[in-house]
Ligand binder design. Sequence first.
Ligand code: PGA
Length: 252
Amino acid sequence: MRKSFVAGNWKMNTDVHSSVKLAQGVVSGCKDVVGKVDVAVCPPFVYLQQVGAALQSSHIALGSQDVYFEQKGAFTGEISSAMLKDVGCAYAICGHSERRHVIGETDELINKKVHAAILGGLLPILCVGELIEERKANKTAEVVTRQMKKGLAGLTPEKMSAVTIAYEPVWAIGTGLTATPQQAQEVHAMIRKLLAEMYDRKIAGEIRIQYGGSAKPDNAGELMQEEDVDGLLVGGASLKADDFVAIVKASV
Ligand code: PGA
């Protein structure tokens, strides 16, 4: 049985004060579901340490929104997996759609990041998902298959146990246009079948696949009802502790 996993991606939001308040709100709101669902929050890099302190002795994990693939050296502005581990991160989001489509990250770069995260002892959350024009052109399966194959290239079966996949249709991110549970399930099932082909059925059955894209308290429960939806990656709604906690509770 896959344990549900809900992560909050705070993106480029919050400040010193509000990041700590938000983390404290998540910790206290999630107290009664401790152990029943895995929960993580991914604040901006600059607030990782203080958010980590606010999460101390709670069951809420810390995650980063990105990671660079080199371990150290002259890479101005970048952050390595060793640094993230050092400040208490457990997870690292890799290949978020905003990094793919706003910053211009390629599948090859994202693959290096996934490898670097695992090498550094982090658990990568690999994001995949199609643009609206790709969906309209019936290319969802093709795009997601490419992102999966290239993003996971070279990962041994042992390393795959560290990975979470997040299916985030780009047209649903930050738009209020959530995928229907059926639309999500269709792609999640396709991803799991692909994992069985790339690895085997056991591994495919163990890997958690989150849905992301306008997940909210009022749609989390129905999305989580779907067989292959194992959790949620939450953007906007993770910025309000009450909403995020409600999503976590709907995911138990
Ligand atoms: P959203 O973002 O929940 O605001 O749509 C999700 C994400 O980008 O991870």
